[in-house]
Design a protein around this ligand. Structure first.
Ligand SMILES: [Fe+2]
Ligand SMILES: [Fe+2]
Length: 298
């Protein structure tokens, strides 16, 4: 059993080799830190690179619908149905980006042990999804095309605070929204795409289980930073706990400062409510580009 510890203090040491938990202990840790994530997912073993034999799963995502501030519109679903090649290309980009962002977080927050474990699994799964989408594109005779990212992630990231640990909390909450919206759109698309694309619909249903767990993991990691949270070590932290190398990575890099952090600024429910409104505005407002997370078609 892993001992409770503050995962972000600089004095935090990695376990000695003899203390590295075996897989049964890691599973136990997952049970302790996040109940919904306790069971290994269908994507834990990377055996479905070519989409053969994937199961047609049914996954309850009602908690995702409750989390999001707005449902995907019928207009977006219709536009997506009419341009599946663009949607698939952007889906491939999103899987790769999800893995890259998580890898950057792993380097940046090297002292947060729960984050290391959860995001290492997430990265494996996102890269498996990337392989699967590439296989699907190949099967459909779809060539790779360059497709610039849409406005969605940037639209949330610009509201991320620039001091730690608030910046870390915000990026984790944004991650939760991206995963939740992906999940909601996979489910909605699987209901409306034509029978000739039944394999794609089945694949989208297959993704629900892992994508909803990614949402849960990001949210759990954000909650672990709340000051009262002793299970995961949520002490008030400062910039010293962030790997200096992380300050140069990717779009979420922040200016690490030692701005005093009060308990109220580390209230996850408040930050979730804040980002829920921003996310809903991005989804509901007119958007000239079709992307997996785009707004209402103009
Ligand atoms: Fe994914
Ligand atoms: Fe994901």
């Amino acid at each position: 059993m892993m001992t409770p510890m503050n995962p972000m203090t600089p004095t935090n040491k990695l376990p000695k080799p003899s203390a590295i938990p075996n897989s049964a202990q890691l599973n136990q840790a997952a049970i302790q830190t996040s109940k919904p994530s306790a069971k290994p997912s269908a994507t834990d073993k990377p055996q479905h690179r070519d989409l053969t034999d994937i199961k047609d799963l049914k996954t309850d995502i009602s908690h995702i619908h409750e989390f999001l501030g707005t449902p995907t519109s019928a207009a977006w679903l219709e536009a997506a149905k009419q341009d599946l090649p663009t949607l698939l290309q952007d889906h491939a980009n999103c899987e790769k980006k999800a893995a890259g962002t998580a890898m950057n977080l792993i380097f940046r927050y090297e002292f947060h042990s729960d984050l290391q474990v959860k995001l290492a699994q997430l990265i494996r799964e996102e890269m498996l999804h990337y392989e699967q989408v590439l296989a699907l594109m190949r099967e459909r005779g779809q060539a790779w095309q360059h497709l610039p990212a849409g406005r969605y992630a940037k639209g949330m990231l610009k509201h991320k605070r620039t001091f730690e640990p608030a910046a870390m909390m915000d990026i984790l909450i944004i991650g939760a929204f991206i995963e939740a919206r992906s999940c909601e759109r996979f489910a909605a698309l699987s209901e409306v795409i034509d029978t000739k694309d039944a394999k794609l619909a089945k694949y989208y249903r297959y993704l629900l289980k892992s994508e909803s767990r990614h949402y849960e993991d990001y949210l759990m990691l954000a909650k672990s930073l709340e000051p009262h949270n002793t299970t995961h070590g949520g002490d008030i932290l400062d910039g010293d706990t962030v790997n200096a190398a992380g300050s140069s990575v990717d779009s979420f890099s922040s200016t690490v400062s030692k701005t005093p952090t009060d308990a109220d600024s580390l209230n996850v429910a408040k930050r979730v409510a804040f980002f829920r409104q921003i996310e809903a505005d991005l989804i509901n407002s007119p958007d000239a580009e079709l992307r997996f997370h785009s707004g209402t078609p103009e």
